[in-house]
Structure formats: C-alpha cells, structure tokens
Ligand binder design. Structure first.
Ligand SMILES: Nc1ncnc2c1ncn2[C@@H]1O[C@H](COP(=O)(O)OP(=O)(O)O)[C@@H](O)[C@H]1O
Ligand SMILES: O=C(CO)[C@@H](O)[C@H](O)COP(=O)(O)O
Length: 499
C-alpha cells in the first residue's frame, strides 16, 4: 500500500494526516501553538514554533507507522494564508510572522489605494486592500521597523517557509500568492507594477509553481529528525482555503463550502477569472490549475468560541462547553453575539469594530452564552452566503468542514441559519485532506484531482433545515445585522482605551 501525507499549518495547530490509496486516514497527529497578541489588533506567531511542532508531529506519525516508510510517496501542505515571514539574504527569519488576523495596517491599506488606485488594484489583484493581506504588512515593517526591513531580502508565506525548512528550496504557489496583493491573479505572475510602485525588487517574491508541482525531496537532516525517507517527494501545496476546497470536492461550479477554523469562510468555486464582485468577497486562484474561488471571511469564527472557552470555561473541553446547547431555544433566550473580536472582513471590512453580547439578563446561564456565540458566528457566515445569493448563485447545500464541524448542534444551526442542506464529511480536516490529494495527484495516483477526491472524500451525514427554525433565524438575523450599525461609533470611541 502507498501513502501520502497532508500537513495543515493552521492558526491554532498543525495537523498532520497520513492517507492511503483507498482514501483512509491511517493516522492523524495535531500539535498546537499559541497566538501572540502584543497589542490590540496585533497577532503574531513564531515561525520556529511551526517548524518544531510539525517536526514533532511527523516524527510521532512515522514512529507509529507500521508499514515501510519508503511507501510514503509524497507530502504536501495547506497553510494559514497571508502571514508575513521576512527573511534576510541567508534565509534567516528577521522577526515574528505577522498573521492574517492582525489588523494593525489600516494606514498602509490607505496608502495602497492612494498609490495604486482602487480600480487598478482590483484589476490586477482582484481584491481590495485589507489589513490581513501581506503587502500592507510588508509596508508596515518598512515604515515602523526600518532597521529590520533593510536586512529583508525575501518574504515567504507560512506553509512555504515550512516547506523550505524541509527541502531547502524556496517557492510560492498561486493559491497563497493570490492573498498577498502582489500577484496579478488573472495572469498568474507577480505584479511588476505593484512591486515598482512600492520599490520592492521582484526577487523579493519567491518563484511561483502550481500547487501539485514537485518542488524537491526531504533533506537528509529533516529525514534524520523525523524518520521520513529522503525519497519522499515534496509537492507545493496550497492556501488552507484552496486546500479545504479540494478536500471537500469543491472542484466545479455550483458547490459551496463553509469552513469554521480559527477564521470562518464561505467559499464558492469559480471557473472564470473575470466575474465582478467589486471586491465584496475575496477572489483567489484555486489549488486546481487555472481555476478560481470567491470567499467571504469571518475573522474570529472558531476563535470566538475558543476565546469564550479560554476566558469563561478554561478547564472545560469544547465538548463539555457545548454539551446541552441543543436544549437552549433558537435565539439563546434573547441573547445575541457578534463575533468581531479582532475586527471584521466580510461584509464589514472594519479593523475597529469589536464584539458584543446584546440582551444579557440575570436569568442567562453559561449554555445561553455558548449557544449565542455559535449562533453569532453562524449569522456572520450567513452574511457571506447572502452576498453569494444576491450575486445569483443558488446555494441549496453546503459542505461544512473545520474544527466547528465536530459539533452536531452547530451543523444543525448552520442548516437553519443558511436555509440549506449541510453535508458533514467523515473527517472535518478538509485542508489536510486537500493537501494529501495534491500530493497524491502530484505523485501520479490519478489523472485528475477529481479522480482522487472521489476516493478520498467521504460524506457522513446531512442536516436538513427545520422550517420553524429557519423562520425564527430570519427574524433574528435582521436584529443581528443591526448590531454592527448600532455599535460602530461606540467602538470608535472605545478605541483609545484599548491596550
Ligand atoms: N469539539 C468541538 N466542537 C466545536 N468546535 C470545536 C471543537 N473543537 C474545536 N472547535 C473549534 O475549531 C477551531 C479550530 O479549528 P481548526 O480547523 O483546527 O482551526 P485552524 O485550522 O485555524 O487551526 C477552534 O477554534 C474551535 O472553535
Ligand atoms: O485569512 C484567511 C483567509 O483569507 C484565513 O482563512 C486564514 O487562511 C486562516 O485560516 P484558519 O487557520 O482559520 O483555517
């Protein structure tokens, strides 16, 4: 039997899965690492932690593997998007990585609009300037840490840096490069125009390859540290959302994905690169060659739940915290939550807004709060579903993945809020499975990604919308949407008091 490994470098943890040719997950290992929030709006991680935890995870996986290590034919990656890893000319990391959910770069986004122009930016990159994207982070370091920036020779995205440490080879690939604001998304080239406008040498951007392309093999040192074979081929991999799409079979028009990881996304496949969403949703290259996807992003989806658990139920598991939320009525007994813990992206690109609980009363218990958090996250995702429906897309069913898809009640809430059938897969690890599919495709196990996806992706259960709940959620959703408008100026006033 032959095997492939998918490595999903998430925000909360790295998840490593070993899959065989029949699409069975033979093993999975997860190793977590912390987020560093030095100031309000800041979010960083140490790249060395990603490297160490992945090494530990792979070593554990190989140690428990009963087969022949040489039968592990390929390894590929899925990675949290947009994070800036800055390197000097010896490829040494110059500072902590600044992550996708870091919103310190509002001034830099403004400058990008002024220098490039809104229409030209959309024309080249297909996306607006959002705080989470990579170019604003590069400009922030240039402005605020010039002594670091003058040593910078190259930037990498998180999973590209991880792969570099396994192979010694420097690459990026289109699906992740699309989230930098430096890629001409339609033409699939780094934008010389944008680099010139910000005085960045084009060599500052790593060479581009396709997601399924073989970029090297495991180095001897890395093989010694993990037990992997130096014969194992390394394939480029993709952005976590592109890999989540591949790992959920979102490989043709008409399919929709909902992923609740640290962030939350609603994603839709696009065959063409010229649809006009006017920057309302992100428009990126897929991990499937010459395909695209559009997506709306909730910055703090799973993060809202893990924040709530860490602050109010530190010693409880997610299972214990959510136990019994199915008995709390729709609407959490009059409690509404908006998940704007670190600002928001879709539909309100707003780094200043913060979260709220509205309607708290003396009778509310922890279960009411837990359900309100889940409902609020789901309402936020529904704003993206609405944008897609308004653009003419029909969304009758949605494949749901990510850590949030572990909870049955949440999946039913998704069905009721989205008014769509929710499909749960056998494993919620869509991005890791997507990475494994890329490795299997790259290794030549099938002629198409779809062929491998048909074997690797196994639906487990469906959740149908309950009409009575759908009606109640429609009413609540109208109230939910009002909270943003009613709390926007309050949060602008509170900004001065944040850490
Ligand atoms: N048993 C569970 N039930 C519901 N949600 C969960 C459960 N376990 C984890 N989660 C949610 O999943 C999130 C992590 O999902 P994951 O897909 O691993 O994220 P990432 O890829 O960003 O690291 C957590 O923030 C948490 O909110
Ligand atoms: O910023 C985005 C997408 O634009 C996020 O979706 C990140 O890619 C992080 O993903 P998770 O760690 O939540 O999976």
């Amino acid at each position: 039997m032959k095997y492939v490994i998918g490595v999903d470098l998430g925000t909360s943890a790295v998840k490593v899965i070993l899959m065989d040719q029949q699409g069975t997950i033979a093993q999975e290992v997860s190793k977590s690492y912390p987020l560093i929030h030095e100031k309000s709006g800041y979010s960083e991680q140490e790249p060395e932690q990603w490297v160490e935890k992945t090494r530990e995870g792979l070593a554990e996986l190989v140690q428990n593997f009963k087969g022949n290590v040489a039968d592990i034919e390929g390894i590929s990656f899925s990675g949290q998007m947009h994070g800036l890893v800055l390197l000097d000319n010896n490829n040494q990391v110059l500072r902590n990585a600044i992550l996708w959910n870091d919103v310190r770069t509002t001034d830099q986004c403004q400058r990008i609009y002024e220098v490039v122009g809104t229409e030209r930016l959309l024309d080249i990159t297909k996306n607006p300037a959002l705080e989470g994207f990579t170019l604003p982070k590069i400009l922030w370091v240039k402005e605020h840490e010039p002594q670091i920036f003058e040593k910078a020779a190259l930037f990498m995205l998180p999973k590209d840096y991880l792969r570099f440490r396994m192979t010694g080879k420097v690459h990026s690939e289109y699906s992740d490069a699309a989230g930098t604001l430096l890629l001409n998304v339609g033409e699939k080239t780094w934008s010389q125009d944008i680099c010139d406008l910000f005085e960045l040498n084009i060599d500052f951007c790593p060479p581009l390859v396709e997601s399924h392309e073989c970029v090297g093999q495991i180095t001897e040192e890395y093989a010694r540290q993990t037990g992997l074979s130096t014969e194992t081929k390394v394939f480029a991999g993709g952005a976590d959302n592109a890999c989540g799409a591949i790992g959920s079979g979102i490989l043709s028009e008409g399919n929709t994905l909902c992923s609740v990881g640290t962030s939350g996304v609603v994603l839709s496949y696009e065959e063409r690169n010229d649809r006009d969403f006017s920057g309302k949703v992100h428009y990126f290259n897929h991990g499937k060659e010459n395909a695209f996807y559009t997506m709306g992003v909730t910055l703090a989806a799973g993060y809202s739940l893990s924040w709530f658990k860490d602050v109010f139920a530190e010693n409880e598991s997610f299972e214990a915290l959510l136990d019994g939320i199915g008995d709390v009525p729709v609407g959490s007994n009059g409690l509404l939550f908006t998940p704007y813990l670190v600002g928001e992206r879709t539909p309100h690109a707003d780094p200043t807004i913060r979260a709220s609980f509205i309607g708290m009363e003396g009778s509310h218990k922890k279960k009411d709060f837990a359900r309100a958090v889940i409902e609020g996250i789901t309402f936020s995702l529904n704003e993206s579903i609405n944008i897609f429906r308004e653009s003419g897309k029909k969304i009758g069913s949605v494949i749901s993945i990510g850590g949030g898809a572990k909870n049955d009640t949440w999946l039913q809430i998704q069905a009721d809020v989205f008014n769509a059938k929710i499909i749960k897969l056998k494993s919620e690890q869509g991005p890791g499975i997507g990475a494994a599919i890329l490795a299997a495709y790259g290794a030549g196990w099938d002629e198409s990604l779809q062929g491998i996806a048909d074997i690797f992706i196994q639906p487990e259960k469906t959740y149908e919308p309950i009409p009575e709940n759908v009606e109640k959620y429609k009413e609540l959703f109208t109230l939910y949407k009002e909270v943003y408008n009613q709390t926007k100026s309050l949060n602008e006033g509170l900004k001065a008091f944040r850490k």
